[in-house]
Design a protein around this ligand. Structure first.
Ligand SMILES: [Zn+2]
Length: 376
């Protein structure tokens, strides 16, 4: 029994609260022989859910061996991410289908919560750190190839819905229970509304890799922000978004419709240096990843514990809202909110312990400490 902490529940924060763990789950009552862990002065929050993450710990989900992928997953677990969807970047179709097969095995083993395909069906005008020569239009038959290669483990696919085949692909994704995410897009406001009406429900890193908000041409940002059916991803690392842009999005969408993501690449939880993002070379300096050629931002080195601390201490968001954006909302998007996303009896014992300064002190996943708060 974790006792004495501020326990952040969906209904609010319980001061001097307790969380009882029995086996792999959260229990309603403590067994007689319960062991007490005093967490006075700490926060206990649900484990973080990252739906957009390309790697960490020096390892890439797009190119690494299965062992590398596990290294990346474990690195993010040490920072509180107890559920992670592995993201690919643009590659040729053969390597992507091969990748999907490899990642689907890790999903079947419970290491990841599925696959997010970012590219190749994105706009050359907004390619970011994706290889331009490998981009292609979202022909439904090609989209279908990736869905099939993922063997039921495709969770989300980011596409530029204004490209030929885009709207049909959105419908195909929805039919197969895969989240259609609008991103790396050059769409107009009207084209984005059409994509949402066709079933798109996520904005891939809102603001980044899409036209800016204009007063006569509001573009995708306005369409995605104003529709209640859409959850907007935000990268809260202080580099991808000005704090004022983050605040604008958060307050407009409301705390139920934001998912904080890392969009992390290999250098997350590892360090500066030269890396590969798919086929492209990346230089990481002072924690900021940029393409060697052209200087585009190439993912982040963020971990979700840092996103949490920034959101509370710099963005001044209420702790309960931050917990929604890091846990409850992405869990619901993935259709996993019956098992994860909040600290309720019966759910998986996935939780994070933070101190009074919101620095990470403990991580529990499925009832086992990944980071033990008693060891400091
Ligand atoms: Zn990404």
């Amino acid at each position: 029994m974790l006792a004495g902490a501020n326990v952040v529940m969906p209904t609010g924060t319980v001061k001097d609260g307790q969380v009882t763990v029995d086996g792999t789950r959260i229990a309603a009552t403590a067994p007689e022989n319960a062991q007490f862990i005093d967490l006075t002065g700490h926060y206990v929050v649900p484990g973080f859910v990252d739906i957009h993450n390309h790697g960490g710990g020096g390892a890439s989900f797009t190119s690494g061996t299965p062992d590398d992928v596990v290294t990346g997953i474990h690195t993010h677990r040490l920072h509180g991410t107890t559920t992670l969807v592995a993201s690919t970047v643009t590659g040729d179709m053969d390597s992507l289908t091969h990748r999907a097969g490899l990642l689907s095995e890790l999903a079947e083993q419970g290491e990841i919560a599925g696959i997010h395909f970012e590219g190749p069906f994105i706009s050359p005008c907004r390619k970011g750190a994706h290889a331009e020569d490998l981009l292609r239009d979202p022909e439904p038959a090609q989209v279908r190839k990736l869905i099939d290669a993922a063997r039921g483990q495709a969770r989300m696919l980011t596409l530029a819905t204004e490209l030929p085949g885009g709207i049909d692909s959105v419908r195909l994704l929805v039919e197969h229970g895969v989240i259609a995410a609008v991103g790396h897009t050059d769409a107009t406001y009207e084209q984005t509304v059409e994509a949402i009406d066709a079933g798109a429900t996520v904005a891939t890193h809102l603001f980044n890799a899409m036209p800016a908000l204009g007063h006569r041409a509001p573009g995708p940002i306005a369409a995605l922000l104003q529709d209640d059916r859409v959850t907007v991803e935000l990268i809260n690392d202080g580099t991808h978004l000005h704090p004022a842009a983050l605040e604008l999005a958060f307050h407009h969408a409301g705390p139920e419709r934001v998912a904080f993501i890392t969009d992390a690449m290999d250098a997350a939880g590892f360090g500066d240096g030269r890396y590969m993002l798919g086929p492209l070379e990346v230089e990481v300096s002072e924690g900021v990843a940029r393409l060697v050629e052209g200087g585009s931002i190439a993912g982040s080195t963020l971990t979700l514990d840092r996103a949490f601390k920034r959101a509370v201490t710099i963005d001044r968001l209420p702790v309960e809202d931050v917990v929604r954006a890091l846990s409850a909302n992405p869990a619901r998007l993935l259709g996993m909110d019956d098992r994860i996303g909040s600290l309720e009896p019966g759910k998986d014992a996935d939780l994070v312990v933070l101190d009074a300064d919101f620095d990470l002190k403990g991580v529990m996943r499925r009832g086992e400490w990944v980071v033990d708060p008693q060891l400091g």
